[in-house]
Write a protein that binds this ligand. Structure first.
Ligand code: FO1
Length: 312
């Protein structure tokens, strides 16, 4: 059994390759819910949806989020009614948020609602929200504290980051199956996602980090930082705001207490030795996923890396 820890677009692209080479039923994905936001009375779970749409092959491939060929008529009218419309929810995408909200209102947990949505879209992979409890990532900027989506989408990640806060982390319990899927896996893959607001959130949920330290599974991570910059998203700005060096080494250092293998890009070959000084077996390969072939190749190298690390 394979368990993956995932954020949004980078993770989804990697998982698209992985499901081509492993049976879908053997894969459980624990997904970040710190990006979740309430809009127009609806519960929006961006990372769960990005993974769900990508694996169901209905994602807008260019953007990496939302549904392909979606329209925005509902949002246009909401704007006429005076609502803020900076978060671009397409008409078909809205159906998911309406259905999720109805399921939650009927008393289902986010895990149960996610499982129903996935089944309706024909997904065989098991998606688990990291928690069913309220958990929101907030960014402390120079002038105020705002929801992560407001920082990222509304303000275009332009504010100076002073701190990153996980609202609800202290009370949030892991969703059912999260800890078991870590303890009972053969292999755990930390996807190439933002180490602070995608993986960092999952690691902050009670019992997750401990489970990763205790599990007998081999734990492998793929660096989301290539050549000193993130492939996508604001990881550099968030890491700088927290006083961290923006490098593949820095990500390895954040995961070192539970990691066996770290995969870095060929471009960072010269950094290999420094990462290995952390006690991690390090593998270099192409981690830039442009084609499906790139995704499959990275998934292959990732799985092979844990086989070879067992012999070290
Ligand atoms: N990202 C944007 O940059 N702009 C948007 O308007 C936007 C809307 C959106 C709607 C649904 C959804 O599932 C994701 C959406 N995203 C949008 C992506 C999202 O903000 C982030 O990339 C993730 O939360 C980080 O993984």
């Amino acid at each position: 059994m394979i368990t993956a820890l995932a954020g949004g677009v980078g993770a989804a692209r990697f998982l698209q390759g992985l499901i081509k080479i492993v049976p879908k039923k053997e894969l459980t994905v624990i997904v970040n819910t710190g990006d979740d936001i309430q809009l127009y009375g609806l519960h929006v779970s961006p990372d769960l949806d990005i993974i769900m749409y990508t694996l169901a092959e209905i994602v807008d491939k260019e953007k990496g989020w939302g549904i392909q060929r979606d329209t925005f008529h509902c949002l246009e009218l909401l704007q006429k009614y005076g609502h803020e419309t900076w978060f671009k929810l397409g008409d078909r995408d809205l159906a998911t948020h309406i259905q999720r909200t109805l399921l939650l209102k009927s008393g289902l947990s986010l895990s149960e609602a996610t499982s129903k949505l996935c089944r309706s879209l024909g997904l065989k992979v098991k998606l688990l929200p990291m928690t069913n409890d309220k958990f929101e990532t907030h960014i402390k900027t120079g002038k105020d504290t705002i929801h992560f989506q407001e920082y990222l989408v509304k303000r275009g990640a332009q504010d100076k980051v002073i701190d990153v806060m996980f609202e609800g982390a202290e009370e949030a319990q892991p969703a059912p199956g999260v800890i078991d899927s870590i303890l009972n896996a053969d292999t755990i893959i930390v996807c190439p996602s933002n180490p602070i607001v995608s993986i960092g959130t999952i690691l902050s949920v009670k019992g997750v980090r401990d489970g990763l330290r205790k599990t007998k599974a081999k734990v492998v991570a793929i660096s989301p930082i290539v050549g000193g910059a993130p492939i996508k998203g604001p990881a550099d700005k968030l890491m700088q705001g927290l006083g961290l060096e923006v490098s593949t080494y820095s990500v390895a250092n954040l995961y070192r207490d539970f990691l066996d293998v770290f995969i870095i890009d060929n471009i960072d070959q010269a950094k290999k030795e420094r990462v290995e000084e952390l006690g991690l077996h390090t593998v270099t390969t192409n981690t830039i996923m442009k084609s499906l072939q790139d995704k499959i190749q990275l998934a292959r190298v990732t799985l092979k890396s844990v086989e070879s690390s067992s012999q070290i």
